[in-house]
Design a protein around this ligand. Structure first.
Ligand SMILES: Cc1cc2nc3c(=O)[nH]c(=O)nc-3n(C[C@H](O)[C@H](O)[C@H](O)COP(=O)(O)OP(=O)(O)OC[C@H]3O[C@@H](n4cnc5c(N)ncnc54)[C@H](O)[C@@H]3O)c2cc1C
Ligand code: HEM
Length: 514
């Protein structure tokens, strides 16, 4: 599939729907098998009746090799299907994955179920391709053990791993599988690469979702404690940046009337106005950059742009000091829908929570491309909407957004962050106290990217963007929760109908989880 994704066939085949297609084939197969079994059972029942009990149903059903093996296959299928049900798969993914391999037992048993079956002719081609692919993936993954360069602990249960690239070629939005043998030799977990192909390192942002990711964080914490020197894990313990929030609430003048920040409660339709207000503020953004980013401006000229996006961490002086970190094995990269972002002139990137990971790769790549010759870049405009429940989650890619905010001289990028968590009165007061009407946003610290409170109104957003872009195919890329995906799809369908006369079309891509 990775090979197919690089061909024009992607225009005809919806490769990103591979898992969906697989499920359809799987359920079709199961329906056929149920029909097959029910037909046999009906026949056995008829025979039992017509033989007046000389032949029993059980005798006929387990008759010779065919009956016994048929029932073994059926048992395998029942286990496979039961574990593939979403309710089981989401809770016990490893069990599902293990039992899914009963499919190989089924394939083998078919030869004994019906001796002399022509099945071998059907399975030979696809089976060989599959086995070669599986073998290749196995060797590649077991031999790719990159060195971990740094581990960063972000707020809201996210850790970032940075490791050596080792010549891996990949495109934005693609994902890799990680295996940490000290946690489990068998478990491979998929994570989107948050680094850009232009960077020298690979990075992933991992949200602590369940058993394996929890163990991963613990493993890194334990190992880091034993480190002789240097901080391996950089704790981002300050929940809200000090320069935008007054840490000491007692110091607030509680008599002061509560003023609401300019954009609090602002509707989406006001967005274009605020962007116009801030346009051309690149110099101001630069001045605003915190001192840590100072080397960014100077390094920009010597070509070492990578540092600008990585100011949170200290790269190791001596890799030897990381000896005690666990070994990781990497399998990939694997293709994902977001890799088509640069095929469009205009794109809308939408993510919720940790679904921001593929967008990070896109935005970082955009950052590197901003100064490239414009004719080499098809992408002219990016609207990035990030829906976060938790204010602290905005910290994950804060530096990236700050760097883009400063660099984006041509206003290619419009960022809108949405906070859906309900904020306390103190919190709102704190934000409003720190919000300067002409200054950067008090939450994101960015000039051109005000934060919105509440859920995005996609209806308005798509209307606004659609009306601004006649005669255009706008690429829409979403990664996030399923309910949000449904809302976006229905708003997109509506505006695709409404804007047909203007020749505007939203071309939707969604990152699917298994
Ligand atoms: C293509 C893809 C890209 C992803 N990118 C990221 C990312 O950038 N950052 C991030 O934090 N998370 C990402 N995820 C989700 C991540 O893989 C899971 O959160 C992680 O595997 C959970 O493992 P766990 O044992 O800690 O949690 P569990 O409690 O076991 O599982 C939590 C959820 O993750 C799913 N899951 C568990 N194990 C696997 C597995 N081996 N393969 C696929 N799904 C699994 C389960 O179905 C369940 O819904 C991605 C998933 C996919 C399919
Ligand atoms: C009898 C029919 C089926 C057979 C023979 C079969 C076989 C397979 C095989 C060989 C794989 C690839 C494993 C790998 O290479 O990593 C796979 C993956 C998968 N199958 Fe099936 N399958 C069947 C039915 C189903 C059904 C009905 C579902 C629906 C829920 C399903 C869901 C999945 C998923 C989600 C994956 C991807 C797992 C991952 O790597 O994340 N399968 N299946």
């Amino acid at each position: 599939m990775s090979l197919l994704r690089r061909t024009p066939l992607t225009r005809i085949l919806v490769i990103e729907k591979n898992v969906h297609a697989h499920k359809v084939v799987g359920y079709t197969l199961v329906s056929a098998i149920i029909t097959h079994v029910v037909a046999h059972y009906y026949k056995f029942h008829q025979l039992e009746v017509s033989s007046k009990g000389k032949m029993t149903f059980i005798m006929l059903a387990f008759h010779k090799q065919t009956g016994i093996i048929g029932h073994c296959m059926l048992a395998c299928l029942v286990f496979m299907m039961a574990s593939a049900m979403p309710i089981v798969r989401r809770k016990l993914f490893e069990l599902f994955y293990l039992l899914h391999h009963l499919s190989f037992v089924i394939v083998l048993l078919i030869f004994f179920h019906i001796p002399g079956t022509p099945f071998k002719y059907y399975i030979a081609g696809p089976g060989a391709i599959y086995l070669i692919d599986r073998l290749y993936r196995f060797v590649r993954s077991r031999t790719n053990r990159p060195e971990i360069l740094s581990v960063i602990e972000h707020p809201s249960n996210v850790i970032e791993l940075r490791f050596a690239k080792r010549g891996m070629e990949y495109q934005v939005g693609q994902f890799i599988y990680l295996n940490v043998p000290s946690i489990s030799w068998f478990q491979w977990h998929p994570f989107t690469l948050t680094s850009a192909p232009e960077e020298d390192e690979l990075s992933v942002h991992i949200y602590v979702a369940g058993g394996w990711t929890k163990q991963l964080v613990q493993t890194f914490r334990e190992r880091a404690v034993r480190m002789p020197k240097k901080l391996d894990i950089v704790h981002h313990s300050v929940p809200v940046p000090a320069r935008t929030y007054k840490q000491d609430l007692l110091s607030l003048d509680l008599q002061q009337p509560m003023s609401v920040p300019a954009h609090l409660g602002r509707s989406d339709s006001d967005m274009s106005k605020s962007y116009r207000d801030f346009s051309g503020s690149t110099q101001a953004s630069r001045d605003f950059l915190p001192p840590e980013l100072d080397y960014y401006s100077s390094s920009a000229s010597n070509g070492s742009r990578q540092m600008a996006l990585n100011r949170n961490k200290v790269l190791p002086a001596a890799p030897a000091s990381y000896d005690s970190l666990p070994t990781i094995m990497v399998d990939g990269p694997y293709g994902a829908p977001t890799q088509h972002v640069f095929d469009f002139e205009r794109v809308i990137l939408i993510s919720s929570g940790i679904g921001v990971t593929p967008m990070s790769s896109v935005l970082k790549s955009l950052y590197y491309q901003l100064n490239a010759a414009p004719h080499q870049r098809k992408l002219k405009k990016v609207y990035f909407l990030w829906v976060c429940r938790d204010i602290k989650a905005l910290e994950w890619f804060r530096d990236l957004l700050a760097a883009l905010d400063a660099e984006d001289a041509n206003n290619i990028l419009e960022v809108r962050t949405y906070l859906t968590d309900s904020l306390s009165v103190d919190h709102i007061r704190n934000i409003s106290m720190n919000q300067d009407r002409n200054g950067p946003d008090a939450v994101t610290g960015l000039y051109r990217s005000p934060t919105y409170y509440g859920r995005p109104n996609f209806d308005k957003i798509f209307e606004d963007i659609g009306m601004r872009n006649p005669d255009t195919d706008i690429g829409m890329f979403f990664c996030g929760s399923k309910p949000l995906g449904r809302t976006i799809r229905s708003a997109k369908n509506k505006w695709n109908r409404e804007l047909r006369h203007r020749n505007t079309r939203f071309v939707y891509h969604e990152e699917k989880s298994a």
